[in-house]
Write a protein that binds this ligand. Sequence first.
Ligand code: BES
Ligand code: MN
Ligand code: ZN
Length: 494
Amino acid sequence: MKIEFVGADSAFSETAAAAILVHEKDGLQGEAARFDGLTGGALARAVSVARFTGGLGQTLEVLAPSGVGAGRVLLVGAGPVKGFDATRIETAAAHAYQAVKAGGAQTLELHLGEIAPDLAAAAAFGVRLASYRFDRYRTTEKPEKKPSLSALKVSVNDPSAAAAAFETLSGLADAIVFARDLVTEPANILYPEEFARRVKELAHLGLEIEILGEKEMKALGMGALLGVGQGSVRETQLAIIQWKGAPDPEAQPLAFVGKGVCFDTGGISLKSPDGMEEMVTDMGGAAAVSGLMYALASRKAKVNVVGILGLVENMPDGNAQRPGDVVTTMSGQTVEVINTDAEGRLVLADALWYCQQRFKPKFMIDLATLTGAIIVALGKDVAGLFSNDDDLSAKLLAASGATGETLWRMPLPPQYERLIDSAVADMKNVGPRYGGSISAALFIQRFVNGLPWAHLDIAPTAFKPGSTIPTIPSGATGFGVRLLDRFVAQNYEG
Ligand code: BES
Ligand code: MN
Ligand code: ZN
């Protein structure tokens, strides 16, 4: 999507789709009134016969009579004037994109007129996110089935201020797209080494990237992570991404750790085939951490941050780990692997321990598509937050509220620790069915060595077939990138 900001006095075009925001119960103001004047009252007439009230999510397309120097206009509901903010205009603009994307026009002109630069930038951001599409493997799609829209012109009174405000958001959008692409890529293309290779390409943003292979991880004693990958012909990888943006390059970093199971068959505890293909998205945590590092680097965030990705494929095989196997984690604690499908926590156990040992970070936040049980508990729009630290939780919930990436805090009841007691090892990797997300989080907590820590179980939100949010086309969401970028910006940069 080509995006530019132009002056507000620009003429309406005959061929582009022009869109104008209308507030609820506010009549036709500004640009809407201008178009109405040009067309001899066509807008006012259309509004009076349609059920368009300016509510958020509503759109109404009106054709102009010929000879007035305008083609058609889309009225876009922006909700009441009161409370109109960046989030609202982002959503409204995304609705505008969805309404006209396949209508034949190549350019969407968003006529915003007199508006604050950050709101104009947010509108462009909404359209950019809404226009995400993964069509790398479509070779026979007819052109008329593809979206016709490929450019956005935002017309505002101060285009250069709006363009400047959009610069940071543009980097964030690129980062979200990077994460969405990783999640969408099929597992025959995106296996651990290929994931690591794509992350290494981010070095051009100023990120430092190291990749550990199985030999190095074996020497470190990462028996849990390596056990998960034992049945795969693909080599397990650990990616370490560093952003050093603080004035002091030695300043204590923040740390984010992602579950990167490039495909989760369940292993010997094989999943049933129904919907197993969705497990191509089981690296959504690692994708979100990669996207976050991308976003921080692209806006040169003034903070030191480490991102760690445990990249592995969980396969059944003659060499795969068996239910009942006991593995020794890098921490020295042993785990009886009751169910090879509870692999995410094994990946995180070693990745978190390594992170904490090597970097001594301020805190660690892990992201993982960890449990189906959290989807049962919270549904598809809300991710689970588990934490041993109230302050960290409050900051995450505040960033969640500001970005619309919703988190809900879940408990870590000490009396449930016994649910993962093992008869032969220090712990087992699964508890009973009830409270499955909680016993998973309690398991992970044993590998943070007392550091402030939060665990985001993003199994609900990483991938949403049939999304109804206009900025999130159906499929990979990039959930976590915006949230954590905001969380870092709000709390740790200055
Ligand atoms: N990757 C899955 C969790 C998952 C399920 C993510 C659905 C997204 C959508 C995870 O590795 C898993 O298999 N969890 C098991 C744990 C169980 C064996 C204790 C689950 O949730 O069934
Ligand atoms: Mn699994
Ligand atoms: Zn998994």
